[in-house]
Design a protein around this ligand. Structure first.
Ligand SMILES: Cc1cc2nc3c(=O)[nH]c(=O)nc-3n(C[C@H](O)[C@H](O)[C@H](O)COP(=O)(O)O)c2cc1C
Length: 228
């Protein structure tokens, strides 16, 4: 149930934990952990309802082509609306880009537990509402619970916070998350690469964010000094 290639498969924490008592599944869990040690990575991708849902979509598109990375997607209800307003994707099409996706209210899903084998989490974009919930451990849905679990387990948590301008309250929330170990990664484009178009800017920012979450990107446009 946790292996790659099962697009849209669904993992409940209750299913997962009850099976831990079975010999087969204990072996299976150990196998999963072993797989992660052997270069296999599992990342939770959250998409909230801020502007810039294309960043989360691009991240899923990039990871779809990296066989060693398994994606677990959580979309908020606002994200589903913003996807419809800002892109040509439907929420269902976005969900199909991930290996697994979960309903936002299912706090019994695997990623809600610290024992779920996972390498990190990225929320792209991250709304101020979601930032606030993460900063205050207000874990009322699966996205914010998983982010809190990621912090307490000391795994990388990258928040692509999108708002402008920020008031002092927003800045304080970001400070709180940074103090707890999260990475605040607003989608601020780099211009030194002389990108041809917005699409390239989006890809570059998505790849930079992924590297912050511990995913190595081979095809990364890197600055190597003015002489190239
Ligand atoms: C088109 C659109 C763009 C939005 N852009 C932002 C934004 O950039 N930042 C933000 O914090 N909220 C933005 N919002 C508002 C959030 O969607 C709203 O606060 C929502 O409650 C966030 O819920 P969530 O964190 O559960 O996704 C936007 C809403 C819409 C419809």
């Amino acid at each position: 149930m946790l292996s790659t290639g099962h697009k849209g498969a669904y993992v409940r924490w209750s299913d997962y934990s009850s099976k831990l008592t079975e010999k087969f599944t204990c072996k299976y869990l150990r196998g999963e952990i072993q797989q992660m040690k052997d270069g296999f990575q599992r990342l939770v991708v959250g998409i909230s309802g801020a502007s810039g849902v294309i960043y989360g979509i691009r991240i899923l598109e990039i990871l779809r082509d990296i066989e060693e990375v398994e994606t677990h997607l959580i979309l908020t209800n606002a994200a589903k609306q913003t996807i419809g307003m800002e892109t040509d994707f439907s929420a269902g099409e976005v969900e199909k880009l991930a290996d697994h996706s979960y309903p936002i209210k299912d706090i019994s899903a695997g990623p809600a537990s610290g024992t779920f084998p996972c390498d990190g989490m990225i929320i792209a974009p991250c709304s101020i509402r979601t930032l606030s919930a993460v900063a205050n451990s207000y874990s009322s849905d699966l996205l914010t619970r998983t982010a809190d679990v990621t912090l307490k387990e000391k795994r990388p948590l990258v928040l692509m916070v999108r708002e402008t301008p920020f008031h002092l309250g927003h800045l304080r929330l970001m400070q709180q998350v940074a103090e707890t170990g999260g990475v605040i990664f607003p989608p601020v484009p780099a211009f030194y690469n002389k990108h041809k178009d917005l699409d390239e800017v989006i890809s570059h920012t998505a790849k930079r964010a992924l590297e912050q979450a511990g995913i190595e990107i081979e095809e990364m446009d890197r600055w190597t000094g003015p002489l190239g």
